[in-house]
Design a binder for this molecule. Structure first.
Ligand SMILES: [Zn+2]
Ligand SMILES: [Zn+2]
Length: 213
């Protein structure tokens, strides 16, 4: 007996068949609940089992998964995702280099999925949310606005003759790259991303707060 068949309210899939020369040939199964048709293929696909899974696929916990493409129910999927996230966080923290705040060369901090322009902003946030000051936070690294000269030339020269690219010297490319970099820097556009290789230790600047996490 299939596992899905033990689910309360289970409805047996309906065989779908064609008649050929007076003989009935089963070509698939229709889900007993939503009536979706699952056609058998030459590959000996068990269309009945798939039709059972359609609306009666069970998670290891016994609940319905909510569709044939899910192997676990929504609750279990969320729990598993959370556990994976926690495990990833643990592994990152274990491997990360510990940097004392006074030795941190940046200003931005990443803590609990949020970016903070500096330590004061982070502490203000914690005070507002009535949270204890964190013992550490992730370092951040800047992402500068950049254009790649090679990419730009490739695009710009796509309609030109074959030797056009070779007419531009390395020195000319370097010069253009420098001008573009300077232009980008002048715009002041910069974003930040968490640097999971460096954990900034805040304990000494946050009083006797204990390590978060
Ligand atoms: Zn169904
Ligand atoms: Zn489950």
């Amino acid at each position: 007996m299939e596992r899905g068949e033990t689910v309360e309210g289970f409805i047996e899939p309906i065989p779908a068949f064609v008649e050929r020369d007076g003989e009935r040939i089963t070509v698939g199964h229709i889900c007993g609940k939503c009536r979706r048709l699952y056609v058998s293929t030459q590959l000996h696909w068990d269309s009945r089992a798939v039709a059972v899974d359609c609306c009666f696929r069970q998670c290891a916990c016994g609940a319905l998964t909510g569709g044939t493409s899910w192997t676990a129910c929504e609750e279990c999927r969320e729990r598993l995702a959370r556990e994976r996230e926690e495990e990833r966080d643990r592994a990152r923290r274990e491997k990360a280099e510990r940097v004392l705040f006074r030795e941190y060369d940046g200003e931005w901090l990443f803590w609990e999925e949020g970016f903070y322009a500096d330590l004061d902003t982070l502490l203000d946030h914690c005070a507002l949310e009535e949270l204890p000051p964190p013992g550490d936070a992730w370092a951040c690294r800047p992402i500068k606005l950049r254009f790649d000269v090679e990419d730009m030339l490739e695009h710009a020269l796509s309609d030109h003759h074959d030797e056009a690219y070779d007419q531009i010297s390395e020195a000319e490319k370097d010069a253009l790259q420098r001008q573009l970099d300077a232009w980008c820097d002048a715009t002041g556009v910069v974003s930040y991303e968490p640097d999971y290789k460096r954990l900034v230790i805040l304990e000494e600047v946050c009083g006797d707060a204990t390590s978060a996490g």
